[in-house]
Design a protein around this ligand. Structure first.
Ligand code: G3H
Length: 490
């Protein structure tokens, strides 16, 4: 077990002897008392007064933009991030192991998450060098010579999600840092310990106070930090409800910059002309990779009536081939879910759908053993069911049959979510019409492929309740900075 007893504040690993939080893996192990969840360590719970000290350390390091870090040249900041990354790479095995134990991600996916993060940092450095080159150019217009620079915004409060605790956290934290901002960082409840091996690398790569950590339940420390008005940028990958509550706490909510990745309910629309095998392959990946715990996951499948029986049969067959096991098992697909309440929530969704006339149409669908939930294919799903509206964020695949293309279009128009959609079909004219409607409802339309965030150079955002601000290598650098013009008369 890892018993973390320090937090990072003002360039120090501050010892902690007060309240701590035990961390339980989603894995159960046999003990003399029967099957018990495996305890893998603990971390310090930040008290509200300490959270304010953490915040003050960041405020001091920023010092109204006069601090060492915000005033440092871009090339020096890049050097610091490179130094950090080199140290981070030496911690790969430890972090990957913790990703598996803490959030139940398979070995292959945990390695991918780590490597994708490192690549993201290098891509960010490359993009910043490009921006910096452009910024050094002068413009001459109407007798005025101007230069446009990108300046930092201030103190960033950064909170990542449990499903990509390293990668998605770093897609905000790294661009925020490299643009000269200072950061207070709260790792997700499931996915805290895996950051511990990186703290020393943070501490030794950046000036004191540039990166600081808080831990524990967000609702006990974050409100106070927001109410202080000293946070300039809120970044949260999580629920829109939490984001709304937090934003309201800030005294200058209109001035607070928010970069948020929020709820999503991405639809697949499998039209009459779809290549069935391709649609099944992509819908399997889209709905069940990492047990459906991706914001970009396909969470509702609209399938044309002429194909729906075949689609369901093939999906059930493919689900039957998935391998259930532990994270390090070769070829594993179904792993334990880290959120303790999730199995019960998924059961509630399935039971509710059954009450309203749907069935689980695959063998063992929805069966739960401790933290494992076997994927459930639900059919036919209708508007009366909770699963139509709620984001399951788990291995439940609802299928809705349609006879008229206007039905999935109405779904997109009425939905409060607007992240992505996947359209399957070969009839170019119909697909184009559908695409034209969809582009004004979501922020990415995938043709004959699943929904996903990558490549990381593509803008990642959403409409309606799904996002605020844009992430991607270059967009994130813009999101965490402001254009500043330096001008003089010719
Ligand atoms: O959970 C939300 C992530 O942004 C999904 O990323 O599409 O690369 O799995 P992904």
């Amino acid at each position: 077990p890892i018993e973390q007893r320090e937090y990072l504040v003002n360039g120090e690993m501050r010892p902690w002897a007060r309240k701590t939080q035990d961390v339980w893996s989603p894995i159960y192990v046999q003990t003399e008392n029967g099957l018990e969840q495996k305890r893998i360590g603990s971390y310090p719970i930040t008290e509200p007064s300490d959270a304010m000290e953490v915040l003050e350390s960041a405020v001091k390091a920023y010092d109204f933009g006069r601090g060492e870090w915000p005033s440092m040249s871009v090339s020096k900041r890049i050097e610091a991030v490179e130094k950090f990354t080199q140290k981070m790479i030496t911690k790969r095995d430890e972090v990957v192991k913790l990703l598996m134990w803490e959030i139940g991600k398979s070995l292959g996916d945990s390695q991918k998450e780590f490597d994708r993060t490192v690549q993201y940092i290098y891509d960010t450095i490359g993009a910043l060098k490009d921006i910096d080159r452009t910024s050094s150019r002068f413009m001459i217009e109407e007798g005025i010579i101007g230069q446009v620079r990108r300046s930092p915004l201030g103190v960033v409060l950064c909170m990542g999600p449990f499903n990509y605790p390293l990668n998605e956290t770093f897609t905000t934290l790294i661009p925020a840092l490299i643009m000269g901002n200072v950061v207070c960082f709260k790792p997700p409840k499931h996915g805290t310990l895996l950051h511990y091996p990186l703290l020393e690398a943070f501490r030794t790569s950046f000036p004191a106070g540039v990166i600081n950590t808080v831990y524990g339940r967000g609702n006990s420390v974050i409100p106070q930090m927001m109410e202080s008005g000293k946070i300039d940028v809120l970044t949260l990958i999580g629920s829109s409800k939490v984001a709304d509550q937090l934003k309201k706490l800030h005294p200058k909510v209109n001035r607070l910059r928010a970069i948020l990745g929020l709820d999503a309910k991405n639809a697949a629309i499998v039209t009459q002309s779809a290549d069935l095998e391709l649609a099944v392959k992509e819908c399997m990946l889209g709905s069940l990779s990492f047990n459906g715990q991706r914001c970009t996951a396909l969470k509702i499948m609209w399938v044309h009536k002429s194909l729906v029986d075949q689609f369901n049969a093939r999906m059930a067959e493919e689900i039957g081939k998935l391998k259930l096991g532990l994270m390090w098992d070769k070829g594993v697909n179904i792993t334990p879910l880290p959120e303790p309440n999730k199995p019960a929530y998924l059961k509630e969704l399935i039971d509710d759908a059954k009450t309203h006339g749907a069935s689980v149409i695959n063998e063992n669908g929805g069966e739960t053993v401790k933290s494992f939930v076997y994927p459930a294919l639900l059919y036919p799903v209708t508007k009366e069911m909770k699963i139509w509206h709620e984001e399951q964020f788990g291995p439940v695949v609802p299928v809705v049959p349609f006879s008229n293309i206007q039905q999935p279009i109405d779904y997109l128009l009425e939905s409060s979510h607007g992240q992505q959609v996947s359209i399957f079909g070969k009839d170019i004219s119909q697909i184009t019409k559908l695409m034209d409607v969809a582009v004004n409802q979501v922020s990415r339309v995938n043709i004959n492929s699943q929904c996903q965030r990558g490549p990381d150079s593509f803008p990642f955002t959403g409409r309606k309740d799904s996002a605020e601000g844009t992430l991607s290598v270059t967009a994130a650098l813009r999101s965490f900075s402001i254009r500043t013009v330096v001008a003089t008369k010719d």
